[in-house]
Design a protein around this ligand. Sequence first.
Ligand code: HEC
Length: 191
Amino acid sequence: MNSYVNTAVGALLGTVFVLMSVSIASESIFHSENPEKEGFAIVAEEASAADAGGAAPAAAVPIAQLLGKADAKAGETVFKKCQACHDGTKGGPNKVGPNLFGVVDRPIASHEGFAYSSAMKDYSKGSSEKWTFDHLNHFLAAPKKYIAGTAMGFAGLQKDTDRANLILYLHTLADSPVPLPDPNAPDTATQ
Ligand code: HEC
């Protein structure tokens, strides 16, 4: 009889001990949670980007000048970042984003069979605006800032050289590439 009581008390104490350990353990897990800080850092970054009011320092140098020093081969490597969503071959498919063969000087939001966002369609002014070197330079620096509401989920290429190399490469994806801009021409993109 006594041994039953002992066993019962022992079992009870054992249970209490386990419960306490679990609660201590889970509390320490809860408290060691650090994403809180990371989340804050991201918010702060977004806030400062918004503070800049669209006048990003990115894309400050005219693309015509940058292209003079650009390297299409290096641009082909940068294009790998785009290939998750874009095909660049002639007659190639639309993926998450439209096919980019011949995109330089192509009317904006005009590729057949692709459902563009209304932001991109508005920006194209009924496809009367084209993807000039300037537009590409500004768009690729910060897509969502240049065309607010675009469906293109890409943060942008901050480095002038990356963008210039890439744009020079994009320009080669055409049957007859358009002439490169005059390096002394002023930056004509409107924003
Ligand atoms: C996560 C997918 C994704 C990535 C990565 C991406 N894009 Fe896009 N891109 C899109 C989508 C989606 C659209 C259509 C946007 C819209 O309709 O607003 C688009 C549209 C475009 C357009 C407009 C084309 C047209 O026909 O008007 C260009 C130019 C473009 N992307 C270039 C690039 C380049 C260059 C890169 C790499 C630096 C890139 N994109 C990376 C998804 C992506």
